[in-house]
Design a protein. Structure first.
Length: 752
């Protein structure tokens, strides 16, 4: 199966999204399709052996809309194209609203005597001439309202109905009723009725709805502000070193392996590795970290970050769509195009909403005409029902909040892969934190190297050589610490034969014809190796919060290493903040219990799950879920990937491995645990915002449709003017989008 994201054009309401979803889902080979009205995107899972993107695009075209693959858009030009499209759409709407507004104002002024029943001497009677009003209204009805008729016809051919169908029916009813009264006034007079016309109703309703769409279009453009900000971070040019000369080239021409020079105050154009010089780099734009990071040869730099103090050269390692910034943009786009589970109810409602409204409108006309025998009264209520009903607000309630929420997360260095992850995060009850690289810095250091036979005859150096030579073949952070310790002692490493890593226990192999084993106390006991000689030292190291690692040679204990991993400066504050949010914080580690509990005490964690092997981590998370808890797992290593996938929400540290990041739902780019607090606060704020939007949208329709149908007329003698209904409908969507935009002011609260 392959996954593709399509950018959609031509949607006017949530019912359009449903139509596109049905059209794509009907294509053979499409496994799953999700259309997001707010983001104007479709996410499609399909079998490339059965269908392709062109067939899917053809299905969208046949449904009356258009689509193009989002991933084919250049990182820099894709959003520019989208911006130009929105600007063109806005200009067209402005022209139509201006024309409709001027004509509508003249029509309303001319209709005031009829509306009020008063003779108003300041208003010339010729303005109320029905033939003049017909001439003025016709361009508004068929030029300004052209898109409503086109979309209605497209929907009719698909045997569906959309919001445009309601608008076309409602305004056409007012227009053609007025046209009939203009052409055949005697028909009404013969029945003792005045041949009143409602041209102003049709013109003003169309104008107000277009005005609402103009505001909605501009507001929706602001929801993707985060992506535009991210793309705007990228440098436009790069200064390359070629043949000893400095050459400025467009960023698109930078290739992997090119050496790039960056001066103070300049943006780093692409990702790479420093090869010469030192400096500090402001990575806040990508990671959310405000403190500049020191960079020296061998360190990685991220494109779009800002060089602060010194000049340096770096070798490009990732360019184009492979840079960190490009991947962040792609991930945010995918998240903004995804659907949250909370949206399912709105989708179900919009599926039958428009047909139901048409049925209610017909029923309203029949009831009022039969009860009152007044076609004018029946017409006004029918048009009011058609005009006020708006599934757009329902369709926009969730996706607009998700778009702003995920974008705000990216601004704070938090990448949220999908709307479902964002929604579940607010329900988390238990946070499981891996120790190494998550609570601690993940850069352990050998602080003690104890031997059974002391340092006589270079015994310690020989053991360091055996240990480091073996550990050089392991990817574990503790192994890296041993190798670094050997390098600091200027020990020459030897070749290893028959290397084997025993998951959760240690490593073994043959070094200089000696069988070397390095690992945990438990493993030594399983191997029946006596550790009594250094047992007291082991207990002392663990009491100090250090990890004790045994070294055995040819089946006998020869040494003991004490390895310490410094706790991240913000870990204690983050743990306290999570607890203040009402969450249970659990430490999960493969380290021995005494060391784990020592670190847990220091950061304030009460529940510790220690000596858990990598293959047991996922089962441990599952056991917590079996307690009825919604669990989030936070980790950074390859051995954390199964647990991250098992958890309800997997949160990876961005400084960790690609495997862990791929298995997670949320990624903290900076590696700071405060990001977890921010992610949960953002999730809660977003879900609260979505619920507000859904409440407003549902209440609006539940209250608005009966009022438009005339439920208050028997009590107060009052009918809802279709013009007011049009204004209410137009601004209901705007109010929902505006409420969603309040999330842009989200700021994480300090709780630690």
């Amino acid at each position: 199966m392959e996954n593709a994201t399509l950018k959609l054009r031509g949607m006017s309401c949530a019912s359009c999204a449903r139509s596109i979803e049905d059209a794509i889902s009907s294509v053979p080979g499409v496994n799953e399709c999700s259309v997001n009205f707010g983001a104007e995107q479709a996410t499609v899972d399909y079998d490339p052996r059965t269908t392709d993107l062109q067939a899917i695009q053809d299905a969208v075209d046949a449904a009356g809309y258009s689509a193009y693959p989002l991933q084919e858009q250049n990182l820099m030009t894709g959003e520019d194209d989208e911006k130009r499209y929105r600007q063109k759409e806005s200009r067209d709407l402005v022209r139509k609203v201006t024309v409709g507004g001027i004509i509508g104002t003249v029509l309303v002024i001319g209709s005031l005597p009829m509306m009020t029943g008063l003779q108003l001497p300041l208003i010339p009677m010729w303005l109320h001439n029905p033939w003049l009003q017909l001439v003025l209204t016709t361009p508004v009805q068929f030029w300004c309202g052209y898109s409503f008729y086109v979309n209605t016809w497209k929907a009719f051919k698909r045997h569906t109905a959309t919001m445009d169908t309601l608008i076309a029916l409602g305004t056409s009813a007012a227009y053609f009723y007025s046209l009939f009264a203009t052409l055949f006034p005697g028909f009404f007079m013969a029945q003792g009725l005045m041949p009143d016309v409602y041209y102003e109703t049709a013109a003003i309703v169309i104008t107000l709805i277009l005005l609402g769409r103009l505001f909605e279009n501009r507001a929706k453009g602001q929801t993707s502000e985060a992506i535009r900000k991210l793309i705007g971070l990228q440098a436009k040019t790069a200064r390359l070193i070629r043949n000893g000369r400095e050459v400025d080239v467009p960023i698109e021409q930078v290739q992997i392996g090119d050496v790039v020079l960056v001066r103070p105050g300049e943006k780093i154009p692409v990702d790479g590795e420093v090869v010469d010089g030192t400096s500090t780099v402001d990575e806040a734009m990508v990671t959310g970290e405000s403190v500049a990071v020191k960079k020296q040869p061998g360190d990685e730099v991220i494109g779009a970050t800002i060089n602060k103090t010194g000049s340096f050269k770096f070798r490009a390692t990732r360019v184009g769509k492979d840079t960190v910034l490009a991947q962040i943009v792609q991930l945010v786009q995918q998240a903004q195009g995804s659907k949250a589970p909370i949206q399912r109810l709105a989708d179900q409602v919009t599926g039958w909403f428009v047909p139901a409204v048409i049925a209610i409108a017909i029923f309203t006309f029949i009831i009022w005409y039969n009860m009152m025998g007044n076609v004018t009264l029946a017409l006004i209520t029918t048009v009011g029902v058609l005009i006020i009903a708006c599934p757009c607000a329902l369709g926009l309630a969730t996706p607009t909040s998700v778009m702003v929420g995920t974008g705000k997360g990216a601004e704070n260095g938090i990448l949220i892969k999908g709307a479902e992850s964002l929604e579940i995060a607010h329900q988390i009850q238990t946070i499981v934190l891996d120790k190494t690289g998550t609570i601690t810095q993940g850069k352990p250091t050998v602080t003690d190297f104890l031997t059974v036979n002391g340092t006589l005859n270079g015994n310690e150096i020989k053991l360091i050589q055996l240990a480091a030579s073996l550990e050089r073949n392991s990817e574990h952070p503790l192994a890296e610490a041993v190798v670094r310790y050997a390098q600091s002692q200027e020990v020459t490493l030897a070749d290893v034969k028959d290397f084997e890593a025993v998951a959760g226990s240690g490593v073994q192999g043959i070094v200089t014809n000696r069988f070397v084993q390095i690992g945990t106390q438990r493993w030594m006991e399983e191997l029946s190796i006596n550790t009594q000689a250094l047992q007291q030292d082991k207990e002392r190291l663990e009491y100090l919060g250090k990890t004790a690692v045994w070294l055995a040679v040819d089946g006998e204990i020869k040494g003991l290493m004490g390895i310490a991993d410094a706790i991240k400066p913000t870990s204690t504050q983050a743990v306290r903040a999570l607890q203040k949010l009402g969450l249970e914080v659990v430490m999960l580690t493969g380290d021995n219990r005494r060391t784990a509990e020592s670190i847990a005490r220091e950061v304030g964690i009460k529940r510790v799950l220690a000596e858990v092997r990598p293959d047991q981590k996922a089962a441990t998370v599952q056991a917590l879920q079996a307690e009825g808890k919604i669990v989030a797992m936070v980790g950074d290593g390859i051995n954390d990937a199964p647990a991250l996938a098992q958890a309800d929400v997997g949160i990876s540290i961005g400084t960790g491995t690609d495997v862990a990041i791929a298995a997670s739902d949320i990624t903290l780019i900076s590696g700071d645990l405060q990001g977890i607090v921010t992610a949960i606060q953002l999730s809660r704020a977003t879900i609260r915002n979505i619920r507000q939007n859904l409440f407003f949208a549902f209440i609006y329709n539940v209250a608005g449709i009966p009022i438009a149908a005339g439920i208050l007329f028997p009590i107060f003698g009052w009918l809802l003017n279709p013009i007011i209904a049009g204004a209410a409908m137009a601004f209901s969507s705007v109010s929902v989008v505006t409420n969603a935009l309040r999330l842009r002011s989200f700021q994480p609260k300090t709780l630690g």
